[in-house]
Write a protein that binds this ligand. Structure first.
Ligand SMILES: [Ca+2]
Ligand SMILES: [Ca+2]
Length: 194
């Protein structure tokens, strides 16, 4: 009788050698832009999307604090800074338990496309990160940053809450000829081994 169960078990073992580390069911990873039915998965859609600056507000909205996990403490700050001939967009983590996946050498949020894997071993950092800046100086146009003309892509984050780790993605874009940032939606999921 026991032999009957041995073969399927062996097969499962062999198949699992090929288990994809990027599989959405793997608790240590998730995929940018992909919505899961996992019970530990939270999805939040801005509807309507939020633009910074925002013409529907009386004052131009230049900074926006977000409480990603709705625990009463803000986690992320989006910043639009325009002074004279200088315009920049950046993002800041507001808690020491909140991290963003950054490029290795310079602190730009890494650009992810839909379906790109987000893993615990990505280059997570806290602090302030630049999306892009534009400077008009002495008749020269100086552009820097990796997020120019990106109309909808993702950056990844992780945070710790009540001793649990969560991995997440955030969908944003730069609109109006790179003069505005648009926030679309975000998601996160429980990822115990981060
Ligand atoms: Ca929070
Ligand atoms: Ca939206």
């Amino acid at each position: 009788m026991k032999k009957k169960f041995l073969l399927p078990a062996l097969l499962a073992l062999i198949l699992c050698q090929n288990c994809n580390k990027e599989d959405i069911n793997n608790k240590d990873s998730m995929l940018a832009g992909i919505i899961s039915e996992d019970p530990g998965f939270v999805f939040f859609d801005f509807s309507p999307d939020i633009d910074i600056p925002n013409p529907s507000f009386e004052d131009d909205l230049l900074e926006l604090d977000l409480d990603i996990n709705k625990d009463g403490n803000n986690d992320l700050q989006f910043i639009r800074n325009e002074e004279g001939d200088f315009l920049s967009f950046s993002i800041k983590t507001l808690s020491e338990d909140f991290y963003i996946v950054s490029e290795e050498v310079i602190d730009y949020p890494r650009i992810l496309r839909s379906g790109d894997p987000i893993d615990c071993d990505n280059n997570f950092k806290s602090g302030k990160f630049l999306f892009l800046y534009r400077l008009w100086d002495y008749g020269l146009n100086i552009d820097s940053g990796m997020w120019f003309n990106i109309d909808n892509k993702y950056f990844a984050f992780k945070f710790k809450s009540q001793n649990n780790w969560y991995l997440g993605w955030f969908k944003i874009g730069f609109v109006n000829n790179n003069r505005g940032i648009r926030l679309y939606e975000y998601a996160y999921m429980l990822s115990p081994d981060c």
